[in-house]
Design a protein around this ligand. Structure first.
Ligand code: DP6
Length: 401
């Protein structure tokens, strides 16, 4: 008997123009368009196996080996139901197709990064879920069509259906049919874009994106200004910058938009704070690094951006990453020498930091070891990858391996 299953991995994406606010909370329709860079799955990814079997009496899902309840009417159930609906259309057109849409489905998903790192796993997770079901069901759908469904799992997930530089167009239709992701440029267009993720320690439980953005929609007058008068222009500017590989403009707009997102969080009643002292010090360090570059007649060399938490993501052309790591390590000493997959510092890694010449050391204080508990060096990456049978995450009995 045939085994119907598929395994896919999907990437994380980090927005430069932030999605923050929904006009429809059930369909997950945003109040503004957004744009992100897809990160390399060689370093950060979610991998998901989906299997359909007439012997499965219900749909079940395991995340990192632990079973999660698929709440009826919830986001996971919606994505699975939508994918089964698309499969049914295929079966209705071709009666020789096995009736997989009537079978139960078992889904096992794993992230290759610790959940405790506070990196958003919902984007790569829902993108991998939808992509693995699309492969299982042999759907003819293209990534933009799949993004319509991933969006209903988590808004930012729709952007993880593509590699490279991706826009989520807000759309205008009430049913959400035009609120989807499109590729602005593939990673090959601008492969020099690297990212350094600074994983910042945080013991307090933050406000989730979902509830935080809803409170912002309900209470922030600044958000209305942002939606109407700021984001549309920035979307145009950053798309042009990407097409022209203009890092200076890309960096300026990325930092402005991160700042404004955190400003609308602060403008929420009661206010929401996502950044902490460490986050703000990293802003000061990147700002001084850029000031020096411009003072020396150059252009911006790095761009920080922050999501709904204290972690910094620093985008920079590859040639600047070594200097940036040395700066960060100077202020945020690491327990172990930092080694990166691009072997920037040889096999020994970097222990002691170093300031670039002319850098004003007083922009931040030196923090204790552990304040930045880890650094991840990655770069722009590709879209979901279909993996071979050997990579399956489900055992012969239909439970996680
Ligand atoms: C700050 O996509 O996690 O990362 O749609 O409610 O699941 P839901 O929210 P989510 O929000 C992401 C917010 C952000 C900005 C961004 O990724 O654009």
């Amino acid at each position: 008997m045939s085994v119907y299953q598929a395994t896919v991995s999907a990437p994380v994406n980090i927005a430069c123009i932030k999605y923050w606010g929904k006009r429809d909370t059930k369909l997950i329709l945003p109040t503004n368009s957004s744009l992100s860079v897809t990160l390399d799955q060689d370093h950060l990814r979610s991998t998901t196996t989906s299997r359909a079997d007439p012997g499965f009496d219900s749909d079940r899902l395991w995340l990192n080996g632990k079973e999660e309840i698929i709440a009826p009417g919830g986001r996971m159930a919606t994505c699975i139901a939508e994918m089964k609906r698309l499969r049914r259309e295929v079966e209705e057109k071709n009666s020789s197709e096995p009736k997989l849409s009537t079978f139960g489905v078992h889904i096992s998903s794993r992230n290759n990064f610790p959940t405790a790192a506070g990196l958003a796993s919902s984007a790569s997770g829902f993108a991998a879920l939808v992509s693995s079901l699309a492969a299982l069901y042999a759907l003819p759908a293209n990534p933009s069509e799949l993004s319509l469904i991933a969006r209903q799992g988590s808004g930012s997930a729709c952007r993880s259906l593509f590699g490279g530089y991706v826009a989520w167009q807000e759309g205008t239709a009430a049913d959400g049919s035009d609120s989807l992701a499109i590729e602005i440029a593939p990673r090959e267009h601008w492969p020099d874009m690297h990212a350094l993720i600074c994983v910042v320690s945080d013991d307090k439980k933050g406000t989730s994106s979902t509830s935080g953005m809803q409170r912002t929609v309900e209470t922030s007058p600044l958000l209305q200004h942002r939606i109407k008068h700021v984001v549309p222009e920035r979307m145009k500017t950053i798309q042009k910058a990407i097409l022209e590989r203009d890092f200076d403009t890309f960096a300026r707009v990325t930092m402005q938009d991160s700042n404004q997102f955190h400003a609308v969080a602060l403008d929420t009643d009661p206010p929401i704070f996502y950044m902490n002292d460490v986050s703000r010090s990293i802003i000061a360090i990147v700002t001084e690094y850029n000031r020096l570059a411009v003072a020396n007649g150059g252009k911006l060399k790095a761009a920080y951006t922050y999501d709904a938490g204290p972690n910094a993501v620093i985008y920079a052309p590859k040639e600047n990453i070594k200097e940036i790591v040395e700066l960060i390590v100077s202020y945020f000493p690491q327990a172990e020498p930092f080694k990166d997959p691009f072997a920037l510092f040889g096999t020994a890694g970097v222990g002691e930091g170093k300031l670039v010449e002319g850098f004003n050391p007083a922009v931040a204080k030196k923090f204790p070891v552990g304040s930045v508990k880890g650094l991840i060096h990655t770069r722009v990456g590709d879209g979901p990858r279909k993996l071979g049978e050997a990579e399956t995450l489900l055992g012969p009995d239909g439970s996680p391996k």
